[in-house]
Design a protein around this ligand. Structure first.
Ligand SMILES: [Zn+2]
Length: 260
C-alpha cells in the first residue's frame, strides 16, 4: 500500500512538473499555428546556431524563449569590449571569457529545460560532419563572408536547411536556403572568396531586426507553417524603413549546388 502511495505521489509530481513546463509556453500555444502539437515539435527540435555574437544573441534569446529543445552553439571567439554594442547576452564582467560558455550560461539561466551543446571551435571542412549531423537546421550568425560561404557549402553538402543573415550599419539581408531545392548563396555570388572580410560598423537595432527575422524562419520550418524566404533575398534598410524582396533563382553554374 505504501509503495502504491509513493508511486502515485511521484506520478503526481512528474505530472505537475510537465504541466508547469508547458505553462511556460501558454502564449505560444494560444497561437493557432503553434498549439500544443506545435509546441511539442519546437521542444523536440534541434537547431545549430553558428556564431554567438550580434545575430547569435537575438537568435539565442528568441529560440530559448520559444522552447527549441536542443540548441547547439558554435563559436571560437572570446568576449571583447567592442562586442558589447550589440552582443547583449554577454556581460561586461565576462570580457575575456569564451563566448559559447557565456551563451550557454545565459540559456541555462533563462530556460533550464533547454539542452545546450557547445562547440568552441572554428567550423571547417574536417569537423563539420560530426557537428552538423545532430541538428535539424542551421542558423548563420557568423560575421565574415568566408565563414558564411563555408556554412553555405556545408548546408548544401549535408542537405540541412540554412537561414542566412547579414548586417552592415543600419541595413541587412536574409534568405532561407533549402539545399538543392532553392537558391544558395553561391547562386548569387559564386566566388565569395573574392570578397574581403573587413570589420564593419553595426547598429544593434539592425542586427536584432535581422536576427528576429531569422528566428521567425526557424519557427516556420519546424512548424511547417507560412511561406519561407526561399528564392528570395529580403533586404532591410533601417534608415528608410524599406523592406524589399529580390527574386533569386538557382543557377546551373553555381559551384555549390549547380548542375542539377
Ligand atoms: Zn547554389
Amino acid at each position: 500500500m505504501k509503495i502504491l502511495k509513493n508511486y502515485l505521489g511521484n506520478l503526481e509530481i512528474s505530472f505537475q512538473k510537465r504541466k508547469q513546463k508547458m505553462h511556460r509556453y501558454d502564449r505560444n500555444i494560444l497561437i493557432k499555428e503553434i498549439g500544443e502539437e506545435g509546441q511539442k515539435k519546437l521542444l523536440a527540435s534541434k537547431v545549430l546556431i553558428c556564431g554567438c555574437g550580434g545575430l547569435g544573441s537575438t537568435v539565442i534569446a528568441n529560440l530559448a524563449s520559444c522552447g527549441i529543445g536542443t540548441i547547439g552553439l558554435v563559436d571560437d571567439d572570446v568576449i571583447e569590449i567592442s562586442n558589447l554594442n550589440r552582443q547583449y547576452i554577454h556581460k561586461f564582467s565576462e570580457i575575456g571569457r569564451i563566448k559559447v560558455e557565456s551563451a550557454k550560461d545565459w540559456i541555462n539561466e533563462f530556460n533550464p529545460d533547454i539542452k545546450v551543446n557547445i562547440y568552441n571551435l572554428r567550423l571547417d571542412e574536417k569537423n563539420y560532419q560530426e557537428i552538423v549531423k545532430d541538428y535539424d537546421l542551421i542558423v548563420d550568425c557568423f560575421d565574415s563572408f568566408s565563414s558564411k560561404f563555408l556554412l553555405n557549402d556545408i548546408a548544401v553538402l549535408t542537405g540541412k536547411p540554412l537561414i542566412y543573415g547579414g548586417v552592415t550599419a543600419f541595413c541587412g539581408q536574409i534568405m532561407t536556403i533549402l539545399p538543392n531545392k532553392s537558391a544558395c548563396l553561391r547562386c548569387i555570388i559564386p566566388e565569395a572568396e573574392l570578397l574581403a572580410d573587413v570589420v564593419k560598423g553595426i547598429a544593434s537595432p539592425a542586427v536584432t531586426t535581422i536576427a528576429s527575422l531569422q528566428s521567425m524562419e526557424v519557427l516556420k520550418i519546424i512548424l511547417g507553417e507560412g511561406e519561407l524566404l526561399t528564392d528570395n533575398l529580403l533586404t532591410f534598410n533601417g534608415l528608410t524603413m524599406d523592406f524589399n524582396k529580390l527574386k533569386i533563382s538557382r543557377s546551373d553554374s553555381c559551384p555549390a549546388c549547380g548542375e542539377f
